[in-house]
Design a protein around this ligand. Structure first.
Ligand code: A3P
Length: 289
C-alpha cells in the first residue's frame, strides 16, 4: 500500500481517502455491459440519487435503505475502503463516483455500461461544498466565502474544476446509455424523474411502489435516516474516523443567500465564457446564469 495522496494526474483528491493503488484500481476496473454508474461532481445530490436508485432496486421497499449504510449499498469506484464492497457485490455492479472523465475506468469506453450523470446549479454546489467542508475537522474552511468561491472558479477543488468535470462528461451526452439528470429537475418532479430513471434502467415499479420510493427518498425522511445521512471520513492526520452528516438544506437557489451581486456577476461572466460551447438550454439554471 502506498501513502495516501492529495493529487493524482493533476486532480486534487481528498486527503486520507485515496492511494495511487485505489485510483489505479478505478482506472483499470473491468466494466461490463450491464454495469451502471452514477457520476456526479461533489455536492450535486449524489446521495439523493443513490437513495433513489436503492429504492428502485428494492421496488420501493424501505427495508434496505433503513438497515444498510448508503455507501455499502452503492459502493464508490475510487475510494480504497469501498473497493472491497464493490468486488464483493453481485454483478451487475451499481456504482457511484465523482471521477472526472479522464480518470474513469478505461474499459467503460468500449462497453455498453450505463451512466447517470447528475448535475446541479454550480452556485448551489459551491455553497453546499463550503458548508460540507466545515463538518470535516481537517478540511474546515479557514477562508472567507469569497476566497472559497474564487478557488471554485479556478478549479482549486477536490476532483478538480466543476467546469472541466461537466464539460468533460457532457461530451458523452449523445452516446447510447447516458442519462443526464439534474438536481433541480428532481426537485421539480421527483416522481416523474424517478420514472425516467426506471425506464433508463429497464425497471418497472407499480404506482404504489413508486409512491413509496418517492416518500422514502424525500429530504425529511432521508435526513432522519442515519443509514443515509452519515458518512465516515478518515482523518488524514491522526487516521481516526469521524461521522459527518450528508444532508444540509436540500433546496435549490440557496446561492442567492450567499452570493453578493458582485460575486454573482463575476461568476456569470466566467460561467458564460467557459460553458459557451454548450446549448444553455441544457441546464435548468440557464435563465439566470
Ligand atoms: P445542500 O448542502 O444544498 O443542502 P452530495 O450527495 O452530492 O454530497 O450532495 C449533497 C446535497 O444534496 C446537499 O445539498 C444535500 O442536502 C442534498 N440532498 C441530499 N438528499 C436530498 C434530498 N432527498 N432532497 C433534496 N436534497 C438532498
Amino acid at each position: 500500500m502506498t501513502d495516501n495522496i492529495t493529487w493524482f494526474h493533476g486532480i486534487q483528491v481528498m486527503p486520507g481517502s485515496f492511494t495511487v493503488e485505489s485510483l489505479s484500481f478505478a482506472q483499470n476496473f473491468l466494466v461490463k455491459d450491464d454495469d451502471v454508474f452514477l457520476v456526479t461532481y461533489p455536492r450535486s445530490g449524489t446521495h439523493w440519487m443513490c437513495e433513489i436508485l436503492s429504492l428502485i432496486v428494492s421496488k420501493g421497499d424501505p427495508t434496505w435503505v433503513q438497515t444498510v449504510n448508503i455507501h455499502q449499498r452503492i459502493p464508490w469506484v475510487e475510494y480504497s475502503n469501498s473497493q472491497k464492497v464493490l468486488m464483493d457485490q453481485d454483478r451487475p455492479h451499481l456504482m457511484v463516483t465523482h471521477l472526472p472523465i479522464q480518470l474513469f475506468p478505461k474499459s467503460y469506453f468500449t462497453s455498453k455500461a450505463k451512466i447517470i450523470y447528475l448535475i446541479r446549479n454550480p452556485r448551489d454546489v459551491v455553497v453546499s461544498n463550503y458548508y460540507f467542508k466545515n463538518h470535516v475537522p481537517f478540511l474546515k474552511n479557514e477562508k472567507p466565502f469569497d476566497d472559497y468561491l474564487h478557488g471554485f472558479i479556478r478549479g482549486d477543488m477536490h476532483y478538480g474544476s466543476w467546469f472541466d468535470h461537466t464539460l468533460g462528461w457532457l461530451t458523452r451526452r449523445n452516446t447510447e446509455n447516458f442519462l443526464l439528470m439534474s438536481y433541480e429537475e428532481l426537485q421539480r418532479d421527483l416522481r416523474g424523474n424517478m420514472e425516467k430513471v426506471c425506464q433508463f434502467l429497464g425497471k418497472h415499479l407499480s404506482p404504489e411502489q413508486l409512491d413509496s420510493a418517492v416518500q422514502y427518498s424525500s429530504f425529511s425522511v432521508m435526513k432522519d435516516n442515519r443509514m443515509s445521512n452519515s458518512a465516515k471520513i478518515k482523518n488524514s492526520e491522526d487516521k481516526t474516523d469521524s461521522s459527518i452528516p450528508l444532508l444540509r438544506k436540500g433546496i435549490s437557489g440557496d446561492w442567492k443567500n450567499h452570493f453578493t451581486v458582485a460575486q454573482s456577476e463575476v461568476f456569470v461572466k466566467i460561467y458564460r465564457e467557459k460553458m459557451s460551447s454548450l446549448d444553455p438550454g441544457l441546464f435548468p439554471w440557464s435563465k439566470d446564469c
